[in-house]
Ligand binder design. Structure first.
Ligand SMILES: *[C@@H]1O[C@H](CO)[C@@H](O)[C@H](O)[C@H]1NC(C)=O
Ligand SMILES: *[C@@H]1O[C@H](CO)[C@@H](O)[C@H](O)[C@H]1NC(C)=O
Length: 431
């Protein structure tokens, strides 16, 4: 760990004053409900990216004064938000925007946020005026090392109101990029797991939004992310979040896995939802069962295995090269997760949520062997499986919901059209 180049001046400047301008945006009809539910503003962010070839989805958030845009990888598998930091940056890959310039806004280690955000093994607070360092390592061995800072995040709400919230995030001046990651890179990570430290928990503590967010990732690439509950569809399927067995991850279960009405794996499975993971990972035996079911159902006249294609471990070649998933999806059967404790709770996994078509026109399995990837017994639903549905994480009610959706446009786009215009005028990306 190299901390010598760090040159932030260790002065704690921000007071505990409130940092709001503008309204809390609570709606009048909620005035009579309990005080804590008096706010229900929803903020929407455009998502860009795709499963293949880029391998990630990012949202654009503005930070600072004047606000600067940053592309942040959306990660429901971790809770620290950080950006590349010009402190100076020891090890920053080329990112789309200029690194964030801290301006004496580092948190001290006695700040309560510091204890929430710090990795347990991090630095003890010997001197209360010490800055609050953090270090985070991801499952793919990428990592970020830096200091926690506090700065203003302008937020737009669906009804056109705006606010600024002063939030704590990481200013990362030493990053290890996983060797699996390829350019173009992002400016940082938007940590959405349900720890105290996430941007969303902070907004919730400040009574700006409910502790609810959702994303809609389009199979065509792109989509949208929202904080708040205004866009939650009435027809969503809900299951309780499993209590954190594993860090602050969102996990659901128990469930069984089916294909074509037949059990592939009998009950008892749980799944982590991880938008920071491109593909889906099943642990050894589950992976084996799914792989053999898929192989058994393949019509060998239509699809031949191509072990020489190294895009992903398992690929097939059609009679002709495939242009898109639409050319081959009828050759595969949907998978289904059935949640045993909630009536009628199923998550469908149509072929386009577990297969990709690569540049050679081959079709490859986007479900990988989690045991091989070092995930041990975890089953992880990555971006590919979360495609073409709205996925909602309701931390207030400790439940996860989903509904099939067209993620290429906002629901009720007409009603919100004026808002998009307003946002783009104010430097937000147009949806
Ligand atoms: C948005 O809603 C809040 C709360 O109801 C209200 O105070 C604000 O004026 C609204 N903004 C617009 C632009 O309608
Ligand atoms: C999954 O990975 C484990 C560990 O590398 C390996 O032992 C197992 O054979 C793999 N399963 C399949 C079906 O490839």
């Amino acid at each position: 760990m190299n901390r010598v180049c760090f040159s932030l001046i260790l002065v704690f400047l921000l007071s505990a004053a409130t940092f709001f301008q503008g309204s809390f945006c609570e709606s009048r009809k909620h005035r009579s409900s309990p005080a804590l539910n008096n706010f229900d503003c929803t903020s929407v962010f455009r998502i860009q990216g795709n499963v293949y070839p880029d391998g990630y989805f990012f949202a654009t958030l503005n930070i600072g004064e004047p606000p600067q845009p940053y592309h942040l990888d959306i990660d429901t598998g971790s809770d620290l938000t950080w950006v590349h930091c010009d402190a100076p940056c020891v090890n920053c890959p080329k990112s789309p925007h200029k690194p964030y310039k801290p301006r004496n806004n580092a948190l001290t280690c006695k700040d309560s946020m510091c204890t929430f955000l710090q990795h347990p093994l991090n630095y003890p607070c010997h001197n209360p005026s010490d800055q609050c360092d953090y270090e985070i390592e991801y499952a793919d061995h990428g990592s970020s090392l830096g200091v926690l800072v506090k700065d203003s995040f302008p937020l737009m709400f669906l009804n056109g109101s705006s606010t600024r919230a002063s939030l704590v995030f990481g200013c990362g001046y030493d990053q290890e990029i996983s060797s699996a990651t390829q350019a173009p890179f992002v400016d940082g990570v938007l940590g959405l797991a349900n720890g105290k430290s996430s941007i969303l928990s902070q907004l919730n503590d400040k009574k700006v939004t409910k502790n609810v967010f959702g994303h809609c990732l389009s199979g065509q690439g792109g989509g949208y992310l929202f904080f708040g509950d205004k866009l939650v569809p009435s027809g969503a399927v809900w299951v309780p979040m499993l209590k954190n067995k594993i860090g602050n991850h969102y996990s659901i279960g128990p469930a069984e896995l089916l294909s074509d009405g037949q059990n592939v794996v009998k009950g008892g499975l749980s799944f982590v939802l991880d938008s920071g993971s491109t593909y889906t990972y099943f642990s050894g035996q589950v992976y084996e069962a799914v792989l053999s079911t898929i192989k058994r159902n393949i019509d060998v006249k239509q699809l031949k295995s191509v072990p020489e294609d190294k895009t992903l471990p398992v690929c097939w070649k059609g009679v002709k090269p495939s242009k898109s998933i639409n050319d081959v999806k009828t050759l595969f059967k949907p998978l289904l997760l059935r949640f045993s404790k909630v009536k009628n709770a199923v998550m469908e996994m149509p072929p386009e949520t577990y297969l990709i078509v690569n540049k050679k026109g081959n079709v490859c399995l986007g479900i990988l062997n989690g045991t091989e990837a070092g995930l041990e017994n975890l089953n992880v639903l990555g971006d590919i499986t979360l495609l073409n549905k709205m996925t909602i994480y309701d931390n207030d009610k400790s439940q996860i919901g989903w509904a099939t959706a067209n993620c290429d446009r906002l629901p009720n786009a007409d009603r919100h059209r004026d808002i998009h215009f307003y946002q783009s005028e104010h430097g937000f990306d147009e949806l």
